[in-house]
Design a protein. Structure first.
Length: 195
């Protein structure tokens, strides 16, 4: 296959995965419900935590910075924390093992009424699963942004989206779209004067 056909095939594959996601009305409903939940958390002075591994951690950071910074228009900062501090991750991994890197800050910083957005393309990342369990032990709602069959993490979430896709890259491409839509809807609800 030549490079032009390969590129066209990759774009078509991405489009197919997105169309499959869009054509499931449950996905649209869950995104709307999650946006409302995030607004409720912020409205009650709660925090949103985000975590994931690799590209999913990058997506977690991306979402959090759009809350504390901005998405489209100037507005008050919103309290979101990506569990991505390198010092914490290396300290915890060294002392307690990699499986505990997200659970410990959830236990240290989380309060009832907060929200954890747990991102995993497989749903089987042990450190994200343990973060979800830690969150539930503190009465923190867990929203999973998952892929494939949802894995173990789907059983630890209060709500979740399982994104179609055979590979992590296709799943992550939809994950970032969902995260962008969530922050857009939060801004529309909380700062309607900007829209």
């Amino acid at each position: 296959m030549d490079i032009l056909k390969s590129i066209q095939s990759s774009l078509s594959d991405a489009q197919d995965a997105l169309n499959q996601f869009i054509n499931n009305p449950d996905n649209i409903r869950i995104v709307a419900e999650t946006a409302s939940l995030i607004c409720d958390v912020f409205g009650k002075q709660g925090k949103v935590f985000t975590c994931g591994n690799g590209g999913s951690l990058c997506d977690a950071v991306h979402f959090a910075e759009e809350c504390t910074g901005r998405f489209r228009e100037d507005r008050d900062p919103l309290p979101a924390i990506a569990l991505s501090d390198a010092g914490h991750i290396t300290c915890t991994a060294n002392d307690y093992g990699f499986a505990e890197i997200f659970a410990r800050p959830v236990l240290a910083l989380g309060q009832p009424g907060d929200l954890l957005i747990a991102i995993s393309t497989s749903g089987n990342s042990e450190n994200v699963v343990r973060a979800a369990k830690a969150a539930q032990s503190k009465d923190i709602h867990v929203f999973g942004l998952l892929g494939k069959d949802g894995g173990q993490l789907s059983q630890q979430c209060d709500s979740c989206l399982i994104v179609p896709g055979k590979t992590a890259d296709r799943i992550q491409e939809i994950h970032i779209k969902v995260l962008h839509i969530l922050i857009e809807q939060v801004e529309r609800i909380m700062f309607p004067e900007n829209y």
